[in-house]
Design a protein around this ligand. Structure first.
Ligand code: PEP
Length: 254
C-alpha cells in the first residue's frame, strides 16, 4: 500500500513567530482530528527548519520538509544549503523541481536529477514536482511533457531508489491561480505518470509510488481530487498558510 502524504509548501512566507504559531496549531489539530494514516509534511523556509524541527519532535505524523537544496555536498557556494545541513536539523523531505524554481531560477531537469541524488544519498525523501504550463496543455502536449520531466529527473535511479521518491503533479496553470485541475484531469495525468513508471520499472514498483496533486487545492475541492484512485495526497501552497484550511485538506485524504 503506497503512503498517503499531504505536504504544505509555505514558500517565502511567515516570519519565525508566525511559523511557530502555524506549526503548533497544525500539530495540535492533527493530533486531535486526524484519524487516517496520512503523513503530514511542513515544508518551511530554510531559516525556520531548526526550530520547527523541535516543535515537531513529539508529533508522530507531522514531519519536516525543505523547499530546495544544493546539488553540491559542501564548499564555496554562497547562499546555498546542502543536504547534510538539512539532515542535521531533522529535515525528512525536500521539494525538488518546483515550477517556481524552473521559472524564476532557471533550474532544469538535469539539475533536479542531481538534487534528487543528493537528497536520497542523505537519507531524505525528495518530492519531485512536474507539471505543464497552460499553452502546453492547450496544444495537447501535457502528457508528453510531464512524462519527459519524470524520465529526465528520475529514470537514472534504480528501482530501489525510485521507490523512495514522492512525485507531485502540479499543473503550472493551477498553482496559486485559484484554478484547480478537475478531478478527471488530475486522475488522467496521475495514471499516465504511473503507467510511465511501470513501463520502465514494472507495475509493482509503479504501484508503490506516492503521486501527489498540487495546484489550488482548498478544503472544498480536496475531497473530490483526493478520491481519485491514483491521487495519493497533495502538495499545498496558499492553503497551507492557514492551519484550519490545511488540516481540513489533510482530513480529506482518506
Ligand atoms: C504549490 O506551489 O506547490 C502550490 C500547489 O500552490 P497553491 O496550492 O497555492 O496553488
Amino acid at each position: 500500500m503506497r503512503k498517503k502524504i499531504v505536504a504544505g509548501n509555505w514558500k517565502m512566507n511567515k516570519n519565525l513567530e508566525e511559523g511557530h504559531q502555524l506549526t503548533s496549531e497544525v500539530v495540535n489539530m492533527v493530533k486531535d482530528e486526524v484519524t487516517s494514516a496520512v503523513q503530514v509534511v511542513l515544508c518551511t523556509p530554510f531559516i525556520h527548519l531548526n526550530s520547527i524541527s523541535k516543535l515537531l519532535a513529539g508529533s508522530k505524523n507531522v514531519m519536516l520538509g525543505a523547499q530546495n537544496c544544493s546539488e553540491h555536498a559542501s564548499g564555496a557556494y554562497t547562499g546555498e544549503t546542502s543536504v547534510s545541513m538539512l539532515k542535521s536539523v531533522g529535515t525528512q523531505f525536500v521539494i525538488i523541481g518546483h515550477s517556481e524554481r524552473r521559472e524564476y531560477f532557471g533550474e532544469t531537469d538535469a539539475l533536479f536529477a542531481k538534487k534528487v541524488d543528493a537528497v536520497l544519498a542523505a537519507g531524505m525523501t525528495p518530492i519531485y514536482c512536474c507539471g505543464e504550463k497552460l499553452e502546453v496543455r492547450e496544444a495537447n502536449n501535457h502528457i508528453k511533457l510531464v512524462t519527459a520531466q519524470v524520465s529526465e529527473a528520475l529514470f537514472h535511479l534504480s528501482a530501489e531508489a525510485l521507490q523512495k521518491v514522492v512525485i507531485a503533479y502540479e499543473p503550472v496553470w493551477a498553482i496559486g491561480t485559484g484554478k484547480t485541475a478537475s478531478s478527471a484531469q488530475a486522475q488522467e495525468m496521475h495514471a499516465e505518470i504511473r503507467a510511465h513508471l511501470a513501463g520502465k520499472y514494472g507495475k509493482n514498483v509503479a504501484e508503490e509510488i506516492t503521486i501527489q496533486y498540487g495546484g489550488s487545492v482548498k478544503p472544498d475541492n480536496a475531497v473530490e481530487i483526493f478520491a481519485q484512485p491514483d491521487v495519493d495526497g497533495g502538495l499545498i501552497g496558499g492553503a497551507s498558510l492557514k492551519s484550519r484550511d490545511f488540516v481540513d485538506i489533510v482530513k480529506a485524504m482518506k
